[in-house]
Design a protein around this ligand. Sequence first.
Ligand code: URA
Length: 188
Amino acid sequence: MLNWQELKEKCAGCTRCGLCETRTNVVFGTGNEHADILFVGEGPGQQEDLTGEPFVGSAGKLLDDMLSIIDLDRRENCYIANIVKCRPPRNRDPLETEQDACIGYLRNQTALIRPKVIVCLGRIAAMRLIHPEYRITRQHGQWEEKNGVWITAIYHPSALLRDVNKRPETFDDLLSIREKLRQVGARV
Ligand code: URA
């Protein structure tokens, strides 16, 4: 396992998959490295690629609003990362091979953060971190304990921008996250 500095340097120079050829920046992750809660998206979009920061486009603004509902703030008490750290061209889903090449970085980040709660943002992260057959429409908001860590998934903020009808369910899921943080005695 690498320490933060080593891991950031390794990611910055990564050539483990073809996404390195089209990226502007590696989007490593951001937030409190000692947070009790980790949010995981799928991969950087255009704004993220240009800035090197996760969730800074329109979906990111919505994510920040969602976090504030449950007293979370990326600058203070949570960490945000992605399954793949480089932008897939035209925002296509990251390929299985790209996910395989990149997942070790997220595992190393998770081992360093040691979160009590992990929230997958959308289907891709849920399929990778919870179960390959995960059905986001049916299973969002459900909790599972994996290796002592509580894990759930909610709709991806981009999906909530496209379909406002999903927002009430997501509000309930957010309240459930707040409740879980209370249950596990998280510092928020
Ligand atoms: N969508 C994601 O899944 N991750 C980001 O960082 C931005 C948009």
